[in-house]
Write a protein that binds this ligand. Structure first.
Ligand code: 2NL
Length: 390
């Protein structure tokens, strides 16, 4: 064929013309497959390179209203004796085109896959690119929560979490705060507007409501720690309106202060990564514990730097005590059957102490320069075996 390559509509026109003569005298044709139009269509199909083009040809030839389907569906309107002759001429063409199109689709797909494999191959000898986990940093508060979790999980504690927005009941009443306690004052607590029934929701001022919820929901023995955000109306160099606390709670038949002292000592050694640490327990007062104690740990203050486990200075780090019988009762536990202890400490404060960060306000300013200086590498997750902060 010396003519220039024909496009699909031209080829289809030609096919229609051939079909018209076929209908006029089918006896002149032995086969139709190798006719001019069909040969050119086969060449066209074999030369197509895109799946879209091939699909279009498939629709026009073999689709429901494609040429070859139309020819066959109008057989019924032709003289009876012609029908088998025409069908015998059209069907092989249809089968042949189908065969070519199927093969061509496979070829196009294979070529596309090979092309992708070629173009998307990785040069494994290239140096490692700086990935997000290389530049991103874990916030010191998150790091310290992960460290606490690793330490207490090792002692068999579960982690419990609860809502930041609490009821007065869970935040104060069940914890044995009297109605006129100063902590319930607007000056200290962020309250929401009162509801029609007079009750007020609030931003929890400590994580104790999580322990209340735990006691109400679970049977002893209970061993949980509750890390999370807490809120108080307070703001200066060492106080921000939002801060973080972790509280611990143990409830069992014979839990006593000796257990508490051991847990806190193991915690301090693990957290500050020292072999020994002296601790001092002083009497104190909290509405929810009796007796209540404040805990200081041994430290050395040296040119503004603090080192733990040495020296003869003391630093207050947490409060604790035996859970008050009223709190046990309020949480559905019989104080004659169960007793327990609890403690609470400020996460931001111990993060500042351990990692030498002087100003609490910088914690929550989201300054990437501060974060890239004080932050931690994301894949260095703290573990007891691998070292908490190595
Ligand atoms: C502190 C002192 C403390 C608790 C928290 C607690 C929770 C329940 C019952 C009894 Cl449900 N106690 N928590 C106990 C003693 C002290 O926190 O100075 N935190 C920063």
């Amino acid at each position: 064929m010396s003519e220039e390559k024909k496009n699909l509509p031209q080829l289809l026109d030609k096919l229609d013309q051939e079909y018209e003569s076929l209908k006029r005298d089918p006896a002149l044709f032995v086969t139709w497959e190798s006719s001019d139009a069909n040969t050119q269509i086969q060449i066209y199909l074999r030369s197509v390179n895109s799946a879209n083009e091939l699909n279009e040809a498939k629709i026009q030839l073999l689709g429901k209203s494609g040429r070859l389907s139309m020819y066959l569906s109008e057989l019924g309107r032709l003289p009876k004796e012609m029908r088998p002759q025409i069908a015998a001429l059209v069907n092989p063409v249809k089968a042949r085109d189908q065969e070519i199109i199927d093969a061509k689709f496979e070829e196009i797909n294979r070529t596309a896959i090979e092309e992708r494999l070629r173009s998307e191959s990785e040069d494994v000898t290239l140096p490692v690119r700086e990935a997000p986990f290389e530049t991103g940093r874990v916030h010191p508060v998150t790091q310290v929560i992960d460290e606490l979790t690793a330490i207490f999980a090792d002692m068999g504690f579960a982690i419990a979490e609860g809502p930041d927005i609490e009821t007065d009941g869970y935040n104060f009443t069940k914890l044995n705060f009297p109605e006129d306690h100063p902590a319930r004052d607007m000056q200290d607590t962020f309250f929401f507007n009162p509801k029609p029934d007079g009750s007020r929701l609030l931003l929890r001022t400590h994580t104790s409501p999580v322990q209340v919820r735990t006691m109400l929901a679970q049977k002893p023995p209970i061993r949980v720690i509750c890390p999370g955000r807490t809120y108080r109306s307070d703001s200066d160099q060492t106080h921000t309106p939002m801060f973080h606390q972790v509280e611990g709670l143990v409830i069992d038949k014979g839990s006593h202060l000796g257990h508490l002292k051991w847990i806190l000592e193991e915690f301090c050694k693990a957290f500050f990564e020292v072999d020994r640490v002296k601790m001092r327990f002083r009497p104190s007062f909290f509405p929810f514990t009796e007796p209540s104690l404040e805990v200081d740990i041994q430290c050395r203050r040296d040119k503004g730097e603090v080192r733990f486990g040495e020296g003869d200075d003391w630093m207050e780090i947490l409060g604790c005590g035996m859970v008050h019988p009223n709190v046990l009762r309020n949480c559905g536990l019989d104080p004659d059957g169960f007793q327990g202890f609890a403690w609470g400490l400020g996460i931001d404060r111990i993060a500042m102490l351990k990692y030498g960060m002087p100003d609490l306000r910088a914690f929550f300013e989201a300054d990437v320069r501060w974060l890239s200086h004080y932050g931690f590498r994301p894949l260095d997750f703290p573990t007891l075996a691998g070292g908490l902060s190595s």
